[in-house]
Design a protein around this ligand. Structure first.
Ligand SMILES: *[C@@H]1O[C@H](CO)[C@@H](O)[C@H](O)[C@H]1NC(C)=O
Ligand SMILES: *[C@@H]1O[C@H](CO)[C@@H](O)[C@H](O)[C@H]1NC(C)=O
Length: 172
């Protein structure tokens, strides 16, 4: 009995530190289809992307050690053929790295010294404004890229937060 009592908090601690929660919020007046490479997890299922109508949001999780890119696709049809940001592999459920073209949110989860490292960048190109906002537990200000000139607070600059922080990525 004593052993079970002691194990429970340890188990909960591990669960809360293995996954990082990212709330993807579409504040654009049009549909945006977020894409993830490598894949994220949505309710326990691997996802490379999905449609988000105007005003909608969806929480995904990133595993410890995840290092990659999240971006928004615009003008997509149900087959995942898009006006901007479409996946080189095709399809709504993206299985290939980002093409050149979209604004990117780059993350490394649980990197050096138990910190997450992230930046918004329009270095490859720009399609829609993108903001990364850390949740409670991290005092780093929201960072964004708001146009093709690299304007926006912290556009292209790398920020960090302690691993375990949750994030919101907002389009527009
Ligand atoms: C959402 O976008 C509108 C412009 O369409 C802007 O005025 C507003 O501040 C944005 N919302 C947030 C939470 O940034
Ligand atoms: C996306 O593709 C992956 C790998 O092919 C697959 O495991 C996963 O179930 C797919 N997700 C959806 C939502 O279709």
């Amino acid at each position: 009995m004593v052993i079970f009592f002691l194990q429970t908090p340890v188990h909960l601690f591990l669960i809360t530190h293995c996954r990082t929660s990212v709330d993807i919020f579409n504040n654009c007046s049009y549909q945006v289809d977020p894409a993830f490479y490598p894949m994220a997890s949505e309710d326990g299922t691997a996802t490379g992307g999905f449609p988000l109508i105007a005003g909608a949001s969806q929480v995904v999780t990133l595993y410890s050690g995840w290092s990659g890119r999240i971006w928004g696709r615009t003008g997509c049809n149900s087959a995942g053929v898009c006006t901007s940001g479409g996946c080189p592999s095709g399809g709504e459920n993206c299985t290939s790295p980002a093409p050149t073209g979209p604004t990117l949110a780059q993350f490394t989860i649980d990197g050096y010294a138990d910190f997450d490292y992230f930046n918004p960048t329009s270095g490859d190109n720009f399609n829609i404004p993108l903001t990364i906002e850390p949740g409670s537990g991290c005092s780093t200000a929201p960072v964004s890229c708001i146009d093709a000139n690299g304007d926006g607070n912290g556009c292209g600059a790398t920020s960090s937060c302690p691993t375990g922080t949750s994030y919101t990525i907002q389009f527009c």
